[in-house]
Design a protein around this ligand. Structure first.
Ligand code: UN1
Length: 504
């Protein structure tokens, strides 16, 4: 796969990364496509953390006083630079994370979209005015910048999730310290270069608005432990979230957590099955099942289950699996050998728990050597066993049957995770029940569309073991600011609230 590496090198150069930055370091970056070595990058020495934090603190002092719409101008320029770099950055996402070309580009589009959103937001950081109970008084709420934000991101969306956080944090007046996954430092370094271009055009921004930490968990730990970082936004496994949250809570910092998902689709008897099949295949096998929002559980009415499973098996049998850079490929590689082993172990457990497995084998023919390619699996299960309740970051779709819609809802909610969910039905009672207080318990609940591929305009995140954080659209920006309640007395009296008398 020599030619792929060569092209990756060209792309890295076009993105402004120098040979010195890409060689001689201790962190080896390999492509999931074929295992080839893309770079050896330099890790951030732990001893530098003090200086990094000090730089972020100083940047905050300057940036918080820059008017928010002016801060928005920086993000407008970042959006322009991302548009210019879209093809190269998208390709680099494919090389480093193994995504098919369209999904690599889609990820960069998601960055552009959040920049546009944040530019508008920079003129809409609204607070409330509140009626005071005292004469000659006025109450209001002001949103102020909160301080440096630590962003810990995962390999599967190596740049979009950073941009959700960074675009909002920066218009909110907060510098960003970014610890990307050790598996995807190149896309992070490329984003830093793109950001620097926007900074150069912007002119007078303070140093240290974006700092990237390259390396392992020890750097993330230093970030999480630092009193100088009031907000930690972490995306990754529930295990990681369980480690991070208590440390941040101990120092009264705030966490925005986006952890595991175990996303389901309920398919009712009235569903448009042709549409459902398309939605299922995209959300279960897209990104090789490595999205937080990937479809993992299909809860199907027993009257249509055999028909739907047969249609899915036909669709799965024809899936183009292979080099994600080749046009037409829909299923690229898993991120690494460990992911392949985890998938095999989950399928083994499913069999032991009574499941019937279709697909799921390793693919070695007509795929680049050195990558971990698998057939996506459909697993019919007798019930929601332990392994079905566990998130495995691979294309495994468990199928469960139901007779009564309320049972389907129970099954959908009976997992520890609560990120995304959906129902396919043309029955409005089922649809509304699914969205009601007694319906899906997830942060995202959709009707007649799959659980993955959310737009940036809505708040993104989920409940229970998913961590409760919300990022991206709606009012997620509030998590990046501190709220202040102000009472202003414009009278010549000093009345006390609640009628308290305290005359001196
Ligand atoms: C993730 O997998 O961490 O909704 C993020 C989606 C994408 C984001 C996924 N827009 O699938």
């Amino acid at each position: 796969m020599k030619d792929i590496v060569m092209t990756a090198e060209t792309t890295l150069a076009k993105l402004g990364l120098t040979a010195a930055e890409l060689s001689g370091g201790t962190l080896k970056v390999t492509s999931p496509i074929d295992g080839s070595l893309l770079a050896e990058v330099h890790e951030t020495p732990a001893a530098e953390m003090g200086a990094i934090l000090a730089r972020a603190k100083a940047a905050f002092k300057a940036w918080r006083t820059v008017p928010a719409p002016r801060r928005g101008e920086l993000i407008r320029l970042l959006g322009e630079e991302l548009r210019a770099a879209k093809d190269d950055l998208g390709a680099l996402v494919s090389w480093e994370a193994g995504k098919i070309t369209s999904e690599g580009l889609g990820e960069v589009q998601e960055m552009i979209d959040i920049c546009d959103f944040a530019v508008g937001l920079s003129r809409q950081l609204y607070g409330l005015t509140i009626a005071s109970e005292r004469p000659g008084h006025r109450m209001m709420e002001t949103w102020h910048p909160a301080g440096p934000v630590g962003v810990i991101s995962a390999f599967n969306f190596p740049v979009a999730v950073w941009s959700w956080n960074a675009a909002l944090a920066l218009v909110c007046g907060d510098p960003v310290i970014w610890k990307p996954s050790e598996k995807t430092p190149l896309t992070a370094l490329a984003c830093q270069k793109i950001f620097e271009k926007a900074l150069a055009r912007f002119g007078d921004a303070p140093d240290g608005l974006l700092q990237v930490l390259v390396g392992g968990a020890d750097l993330g730990k230093a970030l999480v432990e630092s009193e100088d970082v009031p907000i930690i936004s972490a995306t990754g496994s529930t295990r990681m979230g369980r480690a991070v949250a208590p440390i941040v809570a101990q120092r009264f910092g705030k966490c925005i957590l986006e952890l595991g998902g175990n996303n389901a689709m309920i398919v009712g008897p009235s569903a448009d099955l042709e549409m459902a099949v398309r939605a299922i295949v995209f959300s279960a096998v897209g990104t090789a099942g490595q999205r937080c929002t990937s479809l993992r559980r299909l809860i199907v009415h027993n009257s249509i289950k055999d028909d739907l499973v047969a249609r899915l098996k036909r669709a799965y049998a024809g899936l183009p699996i292979g080099n994600p850079l080749t046009e037409g490929t829909l299923v690229g590689p898993l991120v690494d050998e460990a992911a392949g082993k985890a998938m095999a172990a989950a399928l083994e457990a499913a069999r032991a728990q009574g499941g019937t497995v279709f697909g799921g084998a390793r693919v070695t023919q007509d795929v680049p050597e050195g990558g971990v390619y698998v057939e996506p699996a459909i697993v019919e299960m007798p019930g929601q066993t332990e392994t079905v309740k566990t998130e495995t970051f691979a294309p495994i779709l468990y199928v469960l049957g139901y007779d009564d819609f309320s049972d389907a809802l129970e099954i959908q909610n009976d997992v520890p995770q609560g990120l995304s969910s959906c129902v396919f039905t043309l029955n409005m009672r089922e649809a509304e029940q699914f969205l009601s207080a007694a319906g899906s318990d997830c942060g995202i609940a959709n009707v007649n569309i799959g659980p993955s591929g959310a737009e940036i305009g809505g708040a993104f995140g989920g409940e229970k073991e998913t961590g409760g954080g919300r990022e991206s659209g709606s009012d997620a920006w509030k998590a990046y600011m501190r709220r202040q309640t102000n009472t202003v007395n414009y009278s010549a009296e000093l009345p006390l609230a609640q009628g308290v008398k305290f005359d001196i």
